[in-house]
Write a protein that binds this ligand. Sequence first.
Ligand code: DX5
Ligand code: ZN
Length: 247
Amino acid sequence: SPPAIIAPSILSADFAALGDAVDSVFNKWGSDWVHVDIMDGHFVPNLTFGAPVVTKIRSRVPKPSEPLGKRTFDCHMMIAEPHKWVTEFKNAGCDLYCFHYEAAISSTAADSPSATSDKKTSPKELIKYIHSKGMKAGIAIKPKTPVNVLWDILESPNADERPEMVLVMTVEPGFGGQSFMASELPKVTELRKRYPDMHIEVDGGLSEKTIDQAADAGANVIVAGSAVFGASDPGQVVKALRNAVDK
Ligand code: DX5
Ligand code: ZN
């Protein structure tokens, strides 16, 4: 697997001090990426924040000096109609736009009253569009979605239509602090077998207790919200998660 990438989720931070949280994530705790959960109260039963907030927190830390390098903003888009927000999040400073497969396949042309060039429906078209805006693309699947829906996308002959990362959710998206679902790990194993060099992210319930299972399955991008922000020594948790993946 590629080297460990630890991405604390600011969903578990104090929302009144998000800028300080991002500063700590990189400058105190030595994390690689920051995971930014965007929820629309529609695709998931919860709301967080949108592009104006991302713009502000992005301004607190420099952009990565290489694609997907240190300080990557990993935006997990738990939103319906993910094609509609690509430009807005690009302008906000998002580096990796990770949309949900389930949201992309249920977006239809009728969803867009002003059907313009922003109108993208299929996952492959959406990935191509994200790339055309200068971001890397990720595709996420919820626990009830089988991994085999991804093969057609990952095997696209057009490199522009292939994502840089797959996110396997290990909880139902919507809230931090839920229990890790080990039942999702066979998806990670299968993905890693087929794609030895791809970024595979796990999100939900990751901690020092569950990291070994996820790492053994082949995950290399590790999201952790409550385990990091709830720790007395978050930097130590970031280090422990990294060591478990790189061992
Ligand atoms: C859940 C979010 C996660 C969340 C994880 O819908 O996608 O990123 O922050 O939180 P923990 O690590 O506490 O399970
Ligand atoms: Zn997330």
